[in-house]
Design a protein around this ligand. Structure first.
Ligand code: CO
Length: 192
Protein backbone atom coordinates (compact mmCIF):
# COMPACT_ATOMS: atom_id res chain seq x y z
CA UNK A 1 0.00 0.00 0.00
CA UNK A 2 1.50 3.24 -1.10
CA UNK A 3 0.78 6.72 -2.21
CA UNK A 4 2.44 7.51 -5.51
CA UNK A 5 3.20 10.77 -7.24
CA UNK A 6 0.50 11.85 -9.68
CA UNK A 7 1.94 12.65 -13.09
CA UNK A 8 1.37 16.25 -14.05
CA UNK A 9 0.79 18.16 -17.25
CA UNK A 10 4.10 17.95 -19.12
CA UNK A 11 4.84 14.36 -18.06
CA UNK A 12 4.96 12.40 -21.31
CA UNK A 13 3.10 9.31 -20.13
CA UNK A 14 -0.11 11.38 -19.92
CA UNK A 15 -0.01 11.88 -23.69
CA UNK A 16 0.38 8.22 -24.57
CA UNK A 17 -2.48 5.86 -25.33
CA UNK A 18 -2.43 3.22 -22.59
CA UNK A 19 -2.05 -0.50 -23.26
CA UNK A 20 -5.06 -2.78 -23.30
CA UNK A 21 -5.07 -4.80 -20.07
CA UNK A 22 -4.63 -8.56 -20.25
CA UNK A 23 -6.77 -9.42 -17.24
CA UNK A 24 -5.27 -12.85 -16.60
CA UNK A 25 -1.74 -11.45 -16.70
CA UNK A 26 -2.51 -8.63 -14.27
CA UNK A 27 -4.91 -10.49 -11.98
CA UNK A 28 -2.49 -11.25 -9.15
CA UNK A 29 -1.19 -7.65 -8.99
CA UNK A 30 -4.54 -5.97 -9.49
CA UNK A 31 -5.48 -5.72 -5.83
CA UNK A 32 -2.30 -3.91 -4.88
CA UNK A 33 -2.43 -1.66 -7.97
CA UNK A 34 -6.00 -0.65 -7.12
CA UNK A 35 -5.07 -0.05 -3.50
CA UNK A 36 -2.23 2.25 -4.52
CA UNK A 37 -4.51 4.06 -6.97
CA UNK A 38 -7.22 4.54 -4.34
CA UNK A 39 -4.72 5.78 -1.74
CA UNK A 40 -3.11 8.12 -4.24
CA UNK A 41 -6.46 9.46 -5.41
CA UNK A 42 -7.55 10.08 -1.82
CA UNK A 43 -4.25 11.72 -0.83
CA UNK A 44 -4.57 14.07 -3.79
CA UNK A 45 -8.24 14.74 -3.08
CA UNK A 46 -9.60 13.47 -6.39
CA UNK A 47 -12.74 11.62 -7.45
CA UNK A 48 -11.08 9.67 -10.24
CA UNK A 49 -7.66 8.45 -11.29
CA UNK A 50 -6.32 6.71 -14.36
CA UNK A 51 -3.44 4.23 -14.14
CA UNK A 52 -1.19 6.34 -16.38
CA UNK A 53 -1.60 9.28 -13.99
CA UNK A 54 0.15 7.02 -11.49
CA UNK A 55 2.81 6.01 -14.01
CA UNK A 56 1.33 2.68 -15.17
CA UNK A 57 0.77 2.02 -18.84
CA UNK A 58 -2.51 0.21 -18.33
CA UNK A 59 -6.01 0.86 -19.66
CA UNK A 60 -7.47 1.00 -16.19
CA UNK A 61 -9.11 3.73 -14.12
CA UNK A 62 -11.09 4.38 -10.95
CA UNK A 63 -14.10 6.64 -10.71
CA UNK A 64 -15.50 7.46 -7.29
CA UNK A 65 -19.26 7.75 -7.32
CA UNK A 66 -20.83 9.51 -4.38
CA UNK A 67 -24.26 8.17 -3.47
CA UNK A 68 -24.65 10.63 -0.60
CA UNK A 69 -22.50 12.76 1.71
CA UNK A 70 -20.88 9.78 3.42
CA UNK A 71 -21.56 6.95 1.00
CA UNK A 72 -19.55 6.23 -2.09
CA UNK A 73 -18.50 3.42 -4.35
CA UNK A 74 -15.31 3.17 -6.38
CA UNK A 75 -16.07 1.97 -9.88
CA UNK A 76 -13.15 0.17 -11.51
CA UNK A 77 -13.07 0.27 -15.29
CA UNK A 78 -10.67 -1.97 -17.20
CA UNK A 79 -10.35 -1.52 -20.98
CA UNK A 80 -13.34 0.84 -20.93
CA UNK A 81 -15.02 2.12 -24.03
CA UNK A 82 -17.83 4.58 -24.60
CA UNK A 83 -20.25 2.90 -26.96
CA UNK A 84 -23.15 5.36 -26.86
CA UNK A 85 -23.31 9.04 -26.09
CA UNK A 86 -25.92 11.76 -26.16
CA UNK A 87 -26.70 15.32 -25.08
CA UNK A 88 -24.30 18.11 -24.28
CA UNK A 89 -23.47 19.85 -21.03
CA UNK A 90 -20.84 22.40 -20.05
CA UNK A 91 -19.52 22.52 -16.51
CA UNK A 92 -16.40 23.22 -14.50
CA UNK A 93 -13.86 20.45 -14.71
CA UNK A 94 -10.49 19.94 -13.06
CA UNK A 95 -7.80 17.26 -12.95
CA UNK A 96 -5.21 16.00 -10.47
CA UNK A 97 -2.63 16.31 -13.24
CA UNK A 98 -3.31 20.05 -13.52
CA UNK A 99 -3.99 20.90 -9.87
CA UNK A 100 -5.90 24.10 -9.18
CA UNK A 101 -6.94 24.62 -12.77
CA UNK A 102 -10.63 24.55 -13.57
CA UNK A 103 -12.37 25.30 -16.83
CA UNK A 104 -15.82 25.03 -18.28
CA UNK A 105 -15.63 21.86 -20.33
CA UNK A 106 -18.20 20.49 -22.74
CA UNK A 107 -19.15 16.84 -22.33
CA UNK A 108 -21.89 14.44 -23.31
CA UNK A 109 -24.73 14.38 -20.78
CA UNK A 110 -25.21 10.66 -20.99
CA UNK A 111 -22.84 7.84 -21.90
CA UNK A 112 -22.92 4.07 -22.09
CA UNK A 113 -19.65 2.46 -21.04
CA UNK A 114 -18.49 -1.09 -21.66
CA UNK A 115 -15.62 -2.33 -19.51
CA UNK A 116 -14.36 -5.16 -17.37
CA UNK A 117 -14.77 -4.77 -13.63
CA UNK A 118 -12.15 -5.66 -11.02
CA UNK A 119 -13.25 -9.30 -11.18
CA UNK A 120 -12.67 -9.40 -14.91
CA UNK A 121 -16.39 -9.55 -15.67
CA UNK A 122 -17.79 -7.52 -18.56
CA UNK A 123 -20.07 -4.72 -17.37
CA UNK A 124 -22.25 -2.23 -19.14
CA UNK A 125 -23.03 1.05 -17.38
CA UNK A 126 -25.26 3.93 -18.34
CA UNK A 127 -24.28 7.15 -16.61
CA UNK A 128 -25.56 10.69 -16.52
CA UNK A 129 -24.45 13.96 -14.99
CA UNK A 130 -21.28 14.05 -12.89
CA UNK A 131 -20.66 10.31 -13.26
CA UNK A 132 -20.93 10.55 -17.04
CA UNK A 133 -18.46 13.45 -16.93
CA UNK A 134 -16.07 11.45 -14.74
CA UNK A 135 -16.18 8.46 -17.09
CA UNK A 136 -15.45 10.65 -20.10
CA UNK A 137 -12.61 12.39 -18.25
CA UNK A 138 -10.92 9.14 -17.16
CA UNK A 139 -11.41 7.34 -20.47
CA UNK A 140 -9.87 10.37 -22.20
CA UNK A 141 -6.85 10.03 -19.87
CA UNK A 142 -6.43 6.42 -21.00
CA UNK A 143 -6.29 7.67 -24.56
CA UNK A 144 -3.74 10.39 -23.83
CA UNK A 145 -6.29 13.20 -23.76
CA UNK A 146 -6.61 15.91 -21.09
CA UNK A 147 -9.67 18.05 -20.38
CA UNK A 148 -7.88 21.17 -21.61
CA UNK A 149 -7.85 19.59 -25.09
CA UNK A 150 -11.65 19.84 -25.08
CA UNK A 151 -11.79 23.61 -24.59
CA UNK A 152 -12.77 26.08 -27.29
CA UNK A 153 -9.89 27.46 -29.33
CA UNK A 154 -10.00 30.90 -27.70
CA UNK A 155 -9.78 29.40 -24.21
CA UNK A 156 -6.88 27.24 -25.32
CA UNK A 157 -5.00 30.29 -26.57
CA UNK A 158 -5.60 32.17 -23.33
CA UNK A 159 -4.57 29.11 -21.37
CA UNK A 160 -1.18 28.76 -23.06
CA UNK A 161 0.81 31.18 -20.87
CA UNK A 162 -0.92 29.84 -17.75
CA UNK A 163 0.16 26.30 -18.61
CA UNK A 164 3.71 27.42 -19.31
CA UNK A 165 3.91 29.03 -15.87
CA UNK A 166 2.07 26.32 -13.95
CA UNK A 167 4.05 23.47 -15.48
CA UNK A 168 7.05 24.46 -13.36
CA UNK A 169 4.93 24.66 -10.21
CA UNK A 170 3.18 21.35 -10.90
CA UNK A 171 6.45 19.53 -11.60
CA UNK A 172 7.42 20.05 -7.95
CA UNK A 173 4.20 18.69 -6.47
CA UNK A 174 4.73 15.18 -5.13
CA UNK A 175 1.78 13.47 -3.47
CA UNK A 176 4.01 10.61 -2.32
CA UNK A 177 6.23 12.87 -0.22
CA UNK A 178 5.64 12.80 3.57
CA UNK A 179 5.33 16.59 3.62
CA UNK A 180 2.87 16.75 0.78
CA UNK A 181 0.03 19.18 1.39
CA UNK A 182 -2.67 20.05 -1.08
CA UNK A 183 -1.02 22.72 -3.19
CA UNK A 184 -1.84 26.30 -2.39
CA UNK A 185 -2.36 27.49 -5.90
CA UNK A 186 -4.01 30.85 -6.07
CA UNK A 187 -6.99 31.27 -8.34
CA UNK A 188 -5.21 34.15 -10.02
CA UNK A 189 -2.46 31.79 -11.19
CA UNK A 190 -4.96 29.53 -12.82
CA UNK A 191 -7.29 32.16 -14.20
CA UNK A 192 -7.46 32.46 -17.92
CO1 CO B 1 -7.78 13.93 -14.68
Amino acid sequence: MAIKRVNKYGDKILRKKTKQVDYKAIKKDLKSILKDMTNTMEAAGGIGLSANQMGLDLKLAIVRYRKSEDEFIDIIIINPEIVEQSGSTTNDEGCLSLPGLFAKTKRFTKVKVLALNEKGMPVEMIAEGLLARAFQHEIDHLNGILFIDKLPLLSKLKLKPVLRKMKKVWAKIDESSPDYKSPQISEADCEF
